[in-house]
Design a binder for this molecule. Structure first.
Ligand code: F6R
Length: 365
């Protein structure tokens, strides 16, 4: 049932504040501001490293997770798309743990990567939406994302719930390893706890500007997304979402890679979507934006209040989000990129919930 929404995708985008709140309550104690003890099958305090593998959007969630595990838990992360991971003959440390992220829990390549790690003696964790899935069944520890059923083929609430769970796991691992203090844990958990409310208010306020922008975007043939830090996987997720449902060609790049190739594509016909909260990377990303502006590129700037005030560059549109802590930025910035893809596809008249050539669950390699 779509309720009063035109598509399941729209409904699922709007369900995110509630879904995230539900997911988080499983992992964090909102009163004590601590992460609940995580599955004892995987000893995050002792593992020397972590391997992560997944496909598509779930892989991009894993890529954000890598930044978090490395930053908060000082845990080195080896990550690759499952179709490469399983065949790369990666020398794996049997003392390590591996995480497999999958909404369906049935993705063939992800399952094959899981089995490869299991054969190599690693402890296996599954970050899944479907607890009764094959990937969940074959794992030592299951970390449910509790997003509820996701019907739209393009993943939205599963992505942000995967992120929320990975954030909680990284903070929990950081505590277990002593790489973050009790006070830091409390602060981070406070930020996580604020997220559903912030998401709800963002969903209410950006709708109109996104719809206007989507009308322009639906006339474009190519779109470039740029980001740094955790905004880099988000740039790739934005591009993936747009191509999946609107069939517009899009690429997500690390902002710093712009000058190593993609800058050659820049002209007035290719909008460049820059995802840049006012974080420790902001100045660097703005200088990449300058390179775009100097070549006549049209910039769609997704930033926060501080970022909007700090940048003097002329943009086609600036979407201003509230100032938020770095740990919740990826979830908050998912909202404009999902809505942008959604409304662009609606303008194009594509089959949003059932895009051509795509299946919700990919059980063949
Ligand atoms: C993108 C999308 C796909 C899936 C991928 C993995 O919107 O839905 O890229 O993320 O096929 O699927 P799961 O998570 O079921 O393993």
């Amino acid at each position: 049932d779509k309720g009063n929404h035109r598509h399941f995708m729209e409904k699922e985008i709007h369900e995110q504040p509630e879904a995230i709140s539900h997911a988080l309550s499983h992992y964090v104690d909102f009163l004590a501001h601590t992460v609940r003890p995580i599955a004892e099958e995987i000893d995050f305090a002792k593992v020397p490293s972590l391997a992560i593998s997944a496909c598509g959007t779930a892989y991009l969630a894993g890529l954000v997770g890598k930044y978090w595990f490395e930053r908060y838990a000082r845990l080195p992360v080896e990550i690759d798309v499952a179709s490469e991971f399983r065949y790369r003959e990666i020398p794996l440390n049997p003392a390590s743990a591996a995480l497999f992220i999958s909404q369906s829990g049935e993705t063939a390549d992800t399952l094959a990567s899981l089995r490869y790690c299991k054969e190599n003696g690693l402890k296996i964790g599954a970050v899944v939406n479907t607890k009764e899935s094959t990937i969940a069944r074959e794992s030592d520890a299951v970390f449910p994302i509790l997003a509820g059923p996701e019907i739209g083929v393009a993943s939205t609430k599963a992505f942000t719930c995967q992120l929320a769970v990975l954030a909680a796991l990284a903070v929990g691992a950081g505590r277990a390893r002593g790489t973050i203090s009790e006070a830091e844990e409390k602060t981070l958990v406070r930020h996580l706890a604020e997220m559903p409310r912030i998401m709800a208010s963002v969903l209410n306020t950006i709708q109109q500007s996104i719809e206007q922008l989507s009308r322009d975007l639906s006339k474009c043939k190519d779109v470039l997304y740029l980001g740094r830090g955790t905004s880099y996987p988000l740039a790739m997720e934005g591009a993936l979402k747009l191509k999946e449902i609107s069939y517009i060609h899009a690429e997500g790049y690390a902002a710093g890679e712009l000058k190593h190739g993609p800058i050659a594509l820049i002209d007035e016909n290719m909008p460049v979507i820059v995802i840049a909260p006012h974080d420790r990377f902001f100045e660097k990303t703005v200088s990449n934006m300058q390179e775009v502006a100097a070549r006549g590129g049209r910039i769609i700037f997704i930033t926060d209040e501080k970022g909007a005030a700090a940048s003097k560059l002329e943009t086609m549109v600036t979407i201003v989000l509230p100032n938020v802590d770095e740990i919740i930025a990826p979830m908050i910035y998912s909202l404009p990129i999902q809505l942008l893809a959604y409304h662009t596809a609606v303008f194009m008249g594509t089959d949003v919930d059932q895009p051509r050539n795509l299946a919700k669950s990919v059980t063949v390699e």
